[in-house]
Design a protein around this ligand. Structure first.
Ligand SMILES: Cc1ncc(COP(=O)(O)O)c(C=O)c1O
Ligand SMILES: [Zn+2]
Length: 401
């Protein structure tokens, strides 16, 4: 079957200006907005596609007709993550059916691997030998691993002292050249953007539209199990890239003719880092950055999300919802998933479940809903024994039980 690679373009999400797919750019030269990868996917045959996908192994590359890279991909077998039915979590959040899409099942333990597999493959196609990113920890872990697999050099900028232990360890273990900044993620990203303007080093943050091409495959996987029925997909939001990617995936299923409807998306931020949720609630299109974002969920401690316009469209077009949750609720959701369901996620990932519970409490979501909570990263990423009430005891206590 043919695919869409030959007519791929980059298109500005605001003014529509188009650029060749091999341009090394992240923003429109005219209006400064972000770019989308577009191709003529409407002419693919949906029945052939469905059969072809079903015949392949369950990794994200089973959808390769919709992943526009030319060369053999750099892959560590990302995607194909479990979708767990979670009945205790459903009762806790007070919804009829609840599933957890466990992205901790990816090779480096987060959803970033989907995007990195594509973006590193693209780096090789474009002849880039060094890649760079700013990170709260998961992007850098993933980029470092895929750069190692591809044999390219990785440079990473992280906020000093504010990256979870597991993530910093992974980043260094996989061999990335790592630098720290005194401020938070937003400053690290600005530094990456300006330094790359001079050096030309290829940026693999989610401003890179090829990252989105990998991350959108989560939507295909959910659709393959749940079909195109009515459901809600809840996503933790930081830099707004993943929710934009997931929405692109669901839209493409409709464009190809595989799905007739799409789910509604729910974007969840932490209370101390909620510029996107606040903007959606105000109803305007002006993101007011949070200067010092605060939350225990370090992966979503982001005050100035670059992908906010893409994410705003995802919420509006899907008729979705937004919510912000306290750190207490995030930790409660994390414990519930771990001790009630056996699903170990990092704090940021538990925000998706906490957000669903809060929307229910406020009557903004119906009890009859089927909900998919995207659990973006593994519990081992961010171990914090102080936050777990269940402490180890001396073995002498065992005899007295
Ligand atoms: C575990 C986890 N969850 C959620 C997010 C937020 O994703 P995005 O920044 O694409 O909104 C991140 C981003 O770093 C993350 O690492
Ligand atoms: Zn433009």
């Amino acid at each position: 079957m043919s695919d869409v690679r030959s007519e791929i373009l980059l298109r500005c999400i605001s003014c529509g200006r188009e650029f060749p797919a091999d341009s090394i750019i992240y923003f429109c030269g005219d209006c400064g907005n972000l770019l989308d990868v577009v191709g003529d996917i409407g002419r693919l045959n949906p029945i052939e596609l469905k059969n072809l996908w079903a015949s392949r192994k369950f990794t994200m590359w089973r959808y390769r007709e919709l992943i526009p890279v030319e060369r053999e991909p750099i892959t560590l077998h990302e995607g194909g993550t479990p979708l767990y039915r979670a009945e205790k979590a459903a009762r806790w959040a007070d919804v009829k059916n609840l599933y957890v899409k466990f992205e901790g099942g990816n090779p480096t333990g987060s959803f970033k691997d989907r995007g990195m597999s594509v973006a590193i493959t693209k780096s090789l196609e474009l002849g880039r030998e060094t890649v760079i990113c700013a990170s709260t920890g998961n992007t850098s872990s993933s980029m470092a691993a895929y750069a190692a697999a591809a044999g390219v050099k990785a440079i990473v900028l992280v906020p000093r002292g504010r990256v979870a232990a597991g993530k910093l360890f992974q980043t260094m273990l996989h061999g990335a050249e790592t630098y720290t900044v005194d401020e938070g993620f937003d400053t690290a990203l600005q530094t990456v953007l300006s330094s790359s303007r001079e050096s030309g080093i290829y940026i693999l943050n989610s401003v890179n539209p090829w990252r989105i091409e990998g991350q959108k495959t989560l939507a295909y996987e959910v659709w393959e199990v749940l079909g195109d029925g009515e459901y809600v997909v809840s996503v933790p939001v930081g830099n707004c890239g993943n929710i934009s990617a997931i929405w692109k995936g669901f839209k493409e299923l409709e464009m190809v003719g595989l799905a007739r409807t799409h789910p509604r998306l729910v974007g969840v931020q932490a209370e101390g880092a909620s510029p996107f949720v606040d903007m959606v609630r105000r109803g305007d299109e002006r993101l007011i950055p949070v200067e010092s974002p605060r939350t225990i969920a370090s992966a979503i401690r982001i005050g100035k999300p670059v992908n906010w316009l893409k994410a705003l469209r995802a919420i509006r077009e899907s008729e979705g919802l937004v919510e912000k949750v306290s750190d207490e609720m995030i930790l409660e959701a994390q414990r519930l998933l771990a001790s009630g369901e056996g699903i170990g996620v990092e704090p940021a990932s538990a925000a998706s479940l906490a957000g669903v519970k809060k929307l229910r409490e406020q009557g903004l979501l119906d009890r009859s809903e089927t909900v998919v909570c995207v659990a973006t990263g593994h519990a081992l990423k961010d171990p914090n024994p102080d936050l777990v009430p269940n402490k180890p005891r001396e073995s002498s206590y065992l005899a007295r039980r």
